[in-house]
Design a protein around this ligand. Sequence first.
Ligand SMILES: [Fe+2]
Length: 189
Amino acid sequence: MARATNLPKFTVPSMSLQDGARVARTLQERLNALNDLALTLKHIHWNVVGPHFIAVHQMLDPQVDAVRVMVDATAERIATLGASPVGTPGALVAERTWDDYSIGRAGAIEHLGALDEVYGGVITAHRAAAADTEENDPVTNDLLIGHLHELELFQWFVRAHLESSTGTLSTEGATTEQGAAREASPRES
Ligand SMILES: [Fe+2]
């Protein structure tokens, strides 16, 4: 769990100020990731091209809406814990541990290969945060588990485009957005 820095003046009943601050710090990292994800999904929505344009363009807006609801609930949980949620873009960029999404105008399948990597990173960190908060704050744990229900479903929506009839992902083994985009891209024959 993240280290507590500034102690809040209050937090939720039955939690220590130290635990409230630690959970809020963990949630701030998730807030940064979700804000980044909402912007990245819109970036893909605007930059996708090719014959599958409309399907992917339209699939992404409900995901943006759902992630923005997660953003709001996460920020309000931080405030409920007695801390101050930071929602400004400069702070997000200064604190994040990942790079900007690296693909501009590109075909639907390339973007979906890369987006699978993005969802993989967000979900892995969200699961770690859920595990970290399970004992100290079951309410925050429940919030994060609720997000994971949707995030993992959305990753499946993406992966279904990359999956063969034998259940294999075309991006299997890729570890970067660019690598996954390359693997997902249909081969010239
Ligand atoms: Fe739009």
